[in-house]
Design a protein around this ligand. Structure first.
Ligand code: FNR
Length: 185
């Protein structure tokens, strides 16, 4: 049984973030054989090509080293102004460089968006998918995950209480395990 290292990138830095609660629930629900873990992105300096020298900023190196061995990525993101939060886009830009050494290339990905609103972060979800095309990542197509009214899905301690969301996350993890298997080796 494989024990696949899956990097989870969360597009919100705030305390009490629903995105992070979704990521935590996802990690708790992971089936045997999948080892998702959050890789922090909040300390990454904004991408600047001038800093791409022999000694890039330490947090960039830490992030690249921590994700290089990942066999796949799960992105959990809120939507900011119908798009992707800058912190997540910055992590994608940092991970994609230097040219030819992208940490993402060819690795399967899944995208989960959430919002307390009714559209479930659809805009951010699809804007992110646009970058994943360029990064050459096979992206899980079904089930799609646009988690709406996410503020009602967790209890006071951040535990997932919405059964429909739990079912969707379980389905997504099973499908993602299948996608990883298909692209393994
Ligand atoms: C938002 N929010 C938001 N929600 C939404 O559904 N569509 C949107 O376009 C936006 N735009 C937006 C911009 C900015 C700058 C902020 C701070 C917020 C609300 C957002 O979904 C809400 O704050 C979530 O709780 C953010 O996710 P986390 O931090 O809980 O993971």
């Amino acid at each position: 049984m494989p024990n696949r290292n899956i990097a989870v990138l969360v597009g919100s830095l705030r305390n009490g973030s629903y995105s992070r609660q979704v990521a935590d629930a996802l990690i708790a629900l992971a089936p045997v054989g999948l080892k998702p873990h959050i890789v922090e992105i909040g300390d990454l300096p904004l991408y600047n090509q001038d800093l791409e020298t022999e000694t890039p900023p330490e947090p960039w190196t830490r992030f690249r080293n921590e994700t290089r061995a990942a066999e796949g990525f799960i992105f959990v993101t809120p939507e900011y102004n119908r798009g992707l939060p800058a912190v997540l886009k910055n992590a994608i830009d940092v991970g994609s460089r230097p040219y030819g050494a992208s940490i993402f290339s060819g690795k399967p990905a899944a995208v989960i968006s959430q919002s307390p609103g009714v559209y479930g972060g659809f805009g951010a979800n699809h804007q992110l998918r646009q970058s994943l095309v360029f990064l050459d990542m096979p992206v899980l197509q079904q089930p799609e995950a646009y988690l709406s009214k996410s503020n009602t899905a967790f209890d006071e301690s951040g535990q997932l209480t919405n059964e429909e969301t739990r079912g969707l996350l379980q389905k997504l993890l099973t499908a993602f395990a299948g996608l990883l298997e298909k692209h393994a080796g």
